[in-house]
Design a binder for this molecule. Structure first.
Ligand code: ATP
Ligand code: MG
Length: 455
């Protein structure tokens, strides 16, 4: 039998204790290699946002519970069972961003400075759902909102922007659009839908039987096969729209056509949040299986007023970053997940060499290069291994011997060619010389530093 020696026992006990500490189910670490992919997604989204005139807003992740109950709706799944609420403190971890964003918009009287605000925010959301592929309890969204504009062209513009983010990521998703009407025309539709559903009460799933009374529109997008089949013959919301909503929806479609944005109408699409009016939309990626929505949004024309703000319309969407990441992985998109190469690694051998190396590394970093060295004084072999791990383009082998003879070795790690590197001038010139080599060996399009200056 395997027996742990006494002197190692404390170590094993500690390790075992640590092994028990894991992230909470549904909460996930995003490790460095994956973070690169996230940063790319975020920077592409930010780039598109800036082109469309959006400004960033950063919001707290906790709000008073009432904000979500009043906006998302008391009878929605999110508010009924998915929120992380500290009941004794009356606060909740946000399950979505629109409510918080509008709270901030109202609180700071932002409409006074500018009648139409285009805002985006990126960050974590929290919902107590059953964790599975593409569904977490802490997940991250990219949110975009346009507040103060009622024109149907704006609906088309924001959908086109969402589609642009997806396509600039190299992904495909189809856009599905619907109109949910307004407080004028929706009650009549709701009534005719309830009347229809009640006839089939016995055939609906338990959830939908409950929803028929509390939130009947939700039955329209139930995923259970029986409910799905039953709603095929249910009244269509699109036939119940009042003239204003009908005309608005027609103009949204015309504007999408004008911008050459492909879409399909899905009259069964409703959203899990009560605040939506008129245009609603989803970006569906069929490669994602069950969790197929990468993004979703719509208009919320009465919401700002409902939250105690001015009477202003709004429209927005949210995209799930985890689902975008899954799509990129499924596409086999590896380049996005790669850390940036190290431009130069210095293998320093000896005390003096290490001092010079640290000056060189610092100087190169100041000039926008990714440079590294090892302070441990390990063997050349060990340091070369480290250079490999850091994916270095070049390694400078600099020892006390080389300092004495005033010549070091510069190794091109890709083609393994080595050249002598003169140490005759002052160290400041060594850095200049290295900068030149590192720049001219880069492909032309990469010859700018981190802030875009030519190097
Ligand atoms: P779903 O139908 O997948 O539950 P939803 O309608 O609840 O989505 P929204 O509240 O509209 O989603 O959020 C917008 C986007 O956020 C979704 O399209 C999805 O990409 C992402 N998202 C929502 N919930 C989760 C979750 N629990 N885990 C990961 N991503 C999520
Ligand atoms: Mg959901």
């Amino acid at each position: 039998m395997f027996c742990i020696p006494d002197e190692l026992l404390p170590f094993f006990i500690v390790t075992e204790a640590f092994l028990k500490l894991k992230a909470i189910n549904g909460f996930k670490d995003i490790l460095p290699d994956e973070v690169v992919r996230w940063q790319n997604i975020e920077s592409i989204a930010q780039d598109v946002f800036h082109r469309f005139g959006f400004n960033e807003i950063r919001l707290p992740i906790m709000e008073v519970t009432e904000l979500f109950a009043r906006s998302i709706g008391q009878a929605t799944d999110i508010v009924e069972k998915e929120m992380y609420t500290f009941a004794d403190k009356g606060i909740t971890m946000r399950p979505e961003a629109t409510a918080s964003l509008l709270r901030a918009f109202i609180e700071h009287g932002m409409h006074v400075q500018q009648p139409v605000q285009r805002l985006y925010t990126i960050g974590p959301m929290f919902r107590h759902e059953r964790p599975q592929k593409g569904r977490l309890r802490q997940f991250h969204q990219i949110n975009a909102e346009i507040i103060g504009a009622v024109e149907p062209e704006v609906d088309a513009e924001i959908m086109a922007m969402g589609q642009m983010i997806i396509s600039e990521l190299g992904l495909n998703a189809s856009l599905e659009v619907n109109s949910l009407g307004c407080p004028e025309c929706r009650p009549a539709f709701r009534e005719s839908l309830v009347n229809y559903l009640r006839q089939y009460n016995d055939s609906l799933c338990t959830d939908c039987r409950r929803r028929t009374e509390s939130n009947p529109l939700r039955v329209l997008d139930c995923k259970k096969p029986m409910c799905k089949e039953l709603v095929q013959d249910a009244p269509s919301i699109l036939s119940s729209l009042c003239k204003e909503c009908h005309d608005h929806f027609q103009q949204v479609k015309d504007s999408l056509d004008l911008l050459d944005v492909q879409y399909s109408i899905n009259r069964f699409m409703v959203r899990g949040l009560d605040y939506y009016t008129r245009t609603t939309f989803e970006f569906i990626a069929h490669d994602l299986g069950a969790q197929s929505a990468v993004g979703a949004g719509g208009r919320y024309d009465g919401l700002i007023e409902q939250l105690g703000g001015p009477k202003l319309p709004g429209i927005g969407f949210a995209m799930g970053i985890e689902r975008l990441v899954l799509l990129l992985q499924e596409k086999g998109e590896n380049t996005l997940g790669r850390q940036k190469q190290t431009d130069l690694f210095i293998a320093a051998l000896g005390q003096d060499a290490a001092r010079y190396s640290s000056i060189l590394v610092h100087c190169l970093r100041k000039n926008g290069f990714k440079a590294a060295m090892d302070y441990s004084g390990r063997s050349l072999k060990a340091q070369m291994k480290k250079a490999g791990r850091l994916d270095a383009r070049y390694t400078l082998i600099l020892g006390d011997n080389e300092l004495e003879q005033q010549v070091a070795v510069l190794r091109n790690m890709q083609n393994k060619e080595q050249e002598n590197f003169s140490l005759k001038d002052k160290p400041i010139h060594w850095a200049d010389h290295l900068k030149k080599i590192l720049t001219t060996s880069l492909p032309v399009h990469e010859r700018t530093d981190i802030i875009g200056r030519e190097i």
